[in-house]
Design a binder for this molecule. Sequence first.
Ligand code: OFO
Length: 184
Amino acid sequence: MKEFITKNRSLLEETEELLNNQIKLEAVSSAIYLSMASWCEIKGYENSSAFLYGHAEEEKMHMMKIFRYVNEAGGHALQPEITGIPSDFKSLRSIFEDILDHEIDVTKSIHALVDHCFSNKDFTTFNFLQWYVTEQREEETLARRILELFDIIGEEGLGLWTIDQEIGKLGATGITSTVSPDQA
Ligand code: OFO
């Protein structure tokens, strides 16, 4: 049965491997955001914590979309092993600096995958990945917008409290979720 499935598919082995790498990256994203959410919660940044708990769930959804796609395309989605997630962070600002850096890395990974699919004429996977291209642009924008809050409001006095409130509002407007997972 496995032989039959393997021979009758258009998904290249290399593409399957790259998709499994992306599954791992999305799982790492989810784990990092969960850890950041916990740190924010114990430090009293309630809104940032809620925002990051939501973001952790969103990343898990990103992972699952690829997971299901790989199996539906005749491949084998692999449960990734995740280790080395930090549990302590320097400051609220450093968390969002790390998020922006991380999201830029995820964008590069998605672009490399899209480029690979286009070069190999795998237009089905290329099409599937367009949702991620849009999502990454939104996630980078959101992280940059949050970092601007630190510069505009400042961290002195009630600054950090106000920034936490504003992060809560950005989370509530759902800027990261303007693309529905069902649109892929
Ligand atoms: Fe999955 O979008 Fe961030 O990492």
